[in-house]
Design a binder for this molecule. Structure first.
Ligand code: GDP
Length: 446
């Protein structure tokens, strides 16, 4: 599906992962090559640029994980970023919406893109995988051969087609399909519209008319994936005029450049729902960003390895911390980490707002003036402590307190407030730890 891109990328990453350590320049060079590879695969320029930028930012900020090489870590970041561009912000790539029978599905696209074939492929899937009763109708009034083609495919896969009546307009055929679908107890009816060689007003007006009489649950654009950037432009055009709910990329079995798959979501905001992988009726697959990213990169082993290493480290860290907390060993370094975490999550207020039942407390926090500003001052106070003081806050007597407050440019009273809060938090951690061990938390979960 993505042979060329895949080969290029594995060339780049083979070099990277074989090195024990990486300089910033190594990563930069590699990412430049990634960008070229993406552009050559016909990924749109802004998408390629944003992609590389996102990877670079994440690679710079990432803590080094022991037990995997930096190059392997970069591969994982690239993988995650691929999933991001393929998926977009929402999760609506899943199955077609075909509730409320009879659910209309409108198939649109240019001529020769694979619309009729895909209509039949989808009908077969709906029938076999979801047990749906499907009716297909061809609205291609200009090409009797196309109508006939759908009929033949229908017979082949055992799906009914709407009887052909000569001389009807597409919108009227759509109405007839709707009626027949209701009366005949069908779950889904699929409308295979006429295509044109290029986008024109007449075609769009015709599809609009069909859309308006049927109010489709899904409007799927079928485009030839081999046409790269053109496929993305076509999708934008159809989406602007008709409004589409998803895209199906055909001919992804060819070893074309495949860049359309990567640009589609970012440019049009619409998910790719399926990919066509051949002429046979079973040659269609759901588009799953994870799996596709894996195929493009061809480095599933490395991705899994890094994931495992990261999980292990996080789990170990969390466990070590929890152990210390339950023994009451909650020191100023821990406190600083918690405060920083709070800042990241939008302050105490934001944190409380996220927890169920804490909304009221969030307001109290706000009223008490416990805001970002205060948190930053507290962090400054901790930074003004020596290493020993941070590890053991019990050391803090009057003279030390004065020095610390002065170092942070603040009053001792503020340091006292921080210390009081620290004690309360340490107490709370200790209690929470006990609850977790066999007390209330476990009881509640039963
Ligand atoms: P339409 O004009 O958009 O309805 O296009 P058709 O459904 O008639 O398809 C045009 C040609 O493309 C036919 O020969 C199909 O068999 C072929 N085709 C459709 N989808 C695919 C696909 O995913 N892979 C390949 N290799 N061929 C396909």
């Amino acid at each position: 599906m993505f042979e060329n891109l895949s080969e290029r990328l594995s060339g780049v990453f083979d070099k990277l992962t074989s090195q024990g350590s990486l300089s910033e320049d190594d990563v930069k060079t590699a990412l430049r090559e990634v960008r070229v590879a993406l552009l050559e695969a016909d990924v749109s320029l802004p998408v390629a640029r944003d992609f590389v930028k996102a990877v670079q930012e994440r690679a710079t900020g990432q803590a080094v994980t022991k037990s995997v090489t930096p190059g392997q870590q970069v591969v994982k970041i690239v993988h995650d970023e691929l999933v991001n561009v393929l998926k977009g912000d929402t999760e609506d790539t899943e199955l077609l919406k075909v509730d409320n029978p009879p659910a209309p599905i409108l198939m649109v696209g240019l001529q020769g893109g694979g619309k009729t074939t895909t209509t039949a492929k989808l009908a077969k899937r709906l029938k076999e995988k979801q047990g749906k009763r499907v009716l297909m109708a061809s609205l291609d009034v200009y090409r009797p051969a196309a109508m006939h083609q759908l009929e033949v495919l229908g017979q082949q896969i055992g799906v009914d087609t709407l009887p052909i009546v000569a001389g009807q307009k597409p919108a009227d055929i759509a109405k007839r399909a709707k009626q027949q679908a209701s009366m005949g107890g069908y779950d889904v009816y699929m409308l295979d519209t006429a295509g044109r060689l290029s986008i024109d007003d007449e075609l769009m007006a015709e599809v609009e008319a069909v859309r308006d009489v049927t109010n489709p649950r899904e409007t799927l654009l079928v485009v030839d994936g081999l046409t790269g950037q053109d496929a993305v432009n076509t999708a934008e055009n159809f989406n602007d005029r008709i409004g589409i709910s998803g895209v199906i990329l055909t001919r992804m079995d060819g070893d074309g450049r495949g860049g359309a798959a990567l640009s589609m979501r970012a440019v049009t905001g619409k998910p790719i729902k399926y990919v066509g992988l051949g002429e046979k009726m079973d040659a269609i697959e759901e588009f799953t960003p994870d799996r596709i990213a894996g195929r493009i990169l061809g480095m599933g082993d490395i991705v899994a390895l890094v994931e495992k290493a990261q999980e292990t480290i996080e789990a170990e860290q969390a466990e070590r911390m929890m152990k210390r907390f339950t023994k009451g060993q909650f020191n100023m370094n821990d406190m600083k980490m918690q405060l920083e975490q709070m800042l990241k999550m939008g302050g105490m207020e934001g944190l409380m707002g996220m927890m169920p039942g804490m909304g009221k407390m969030a307001k109290q926090v706000k009223d008490s003036g416990f805001e970002d500003k205060t948190i930053k001052r507290q962090i400054a106070l901790i930074q003004s402590m020596t290493k020993r003081e941070r590890a053991n806050p019990a050391l803090l007597q009057a003279s030390r307190k004065k020095r610390i407050a002065k170092g942070a440019g603040l009053e001792v009273s503020e340091l006292n407030k921080l210390l009081k809060m620290h004690r309360q938090m340490a107490d709370m951690m200790k209690k929470m730890g006990k609850m977790g061990k066999g007390g209330m938390l476990k009881q509640a979960m039963k």
